[in-house]
Ligand binder design. Sequence first.
Ligand SMILES: NC(=O)c1ccc[n+]([C@@H]2O[C@H](COP(=O)([O-])OP(=O)(O)OC[C@H]3O[C@@H](n4cnc5c(N)ncnc54)[C@H](O)[C@@H]3O)[C@@H](O)[C@H]2O)c1
Length: 333
Amino acid sequence: MTNNKILIIGGLGFIGFHLAKRLANQFEVFVIDALINYIPNNYNTWQYYVKYRQKILKDLNVTFYIEDVQQASFKSLLTTLRPDIVINAASMPVALLADINPKHAKNDIFDAHFNVLESIRTSSITLERYVYLSSSMVYGNFFRDEQGNILPASENQECLPIDTYGAFKLANEILVKQYGFRYKIPYVIIRPSAVYGPTDCNLRVTEIFLHQGFQEGTIKLDNGGQHKLDFTYIDDLVDGIMAALISPNALNQVFNISYGVGRKISELAQIVKNLFPSVKIVTNDCIPFRPNRGAMNIDKAKQLLSYNPSFSLEKGMQQYCEFVKQHIKNYSL
Ligand SMILES: NC(=O)c1ccc[n+]([C@@H]2O[C@H](COP(=O)([O-])OP(=O)(O)OC[C@H]3O[C@@H](n4cnc5c(N)ncnc54)[C@H](O)[C@@H]3O)[C@@H](O)[C@H]2O)c1
């Protein structure tokens, strides 16, 4: 594999940035990003971290283009750059937003991705790998055993998404496989879950709770915080994607890449309280609108990619907290 040039779509977003930062040591990395802020009421944080990401990547000699992949110019850029690998880490990453505005979700998640695949297909470039970041939301409600315990979701089980976000992510996976089959575009599909860590600014539960800690505020637990998530520290996810980029075992495969343990939201709240003893925790009985999830089964990634995640939620939140401590004075919440 020559793979000397890597193009990251959405490379100024949370996951794309961390990938670009790590890959820049080994490859020539290019980034395309439309700089979309999905959460207007977190604008100050987003603006600060987007500038921070740009500075870090500039220092690492990563070239970035502020551009929307839905524009016709994307194909010209692709033809000019001639990447060996394209990683697609772009699109609306928040399930609630997709439910609130399904038309916007279709445009942002599906149409943009379709344009990327079509641009690749109709250009003269030959890719060694197309990496698509999907989501654990493609599974919908995780299956349960006879005792009602949630079973870890495996890549080969049926995907039954229950919301707009999961449905479009699954549609995109099918499209990737079809382009792989019909047009011989080699691919890898990655399904991450509840990723957290430095510079995240899409108001996920980890960021919200941590900021409550810094503000000595109140953490609110819907449904008593009983819902489980497979929280994944960004460095573990990047390790998994790096392995999937280069391993021959990963060719045309789908991988769950997560920590592999389901943790209750109430446990996350307690971890934050251990870091900030003055934070208050209150519970309510609001029914969660998200699918019932828990751990994903990561055996396939362990076996085929030697993936070995190392960040427990305690360790990851401690590290994330240290980072935020250094930066929070620079933006107002
Ligand atoms: N963060 C998570 O917990 C998580 C979990 C599962 C899957 N994912 C998936 O990973 C991907 C990245 O998520 P993230 O958390 O880094 O989100 P993010 O919002 O931080 O980053 C996405 C980036 O993509 C860019 N973008 C969006 N549409 C674009 C377009 N048309 N052209 C160019 N750039 C565009 C945005 O400007 C943004 O910088 C998403 O596809 C998301 O669905 C994320």
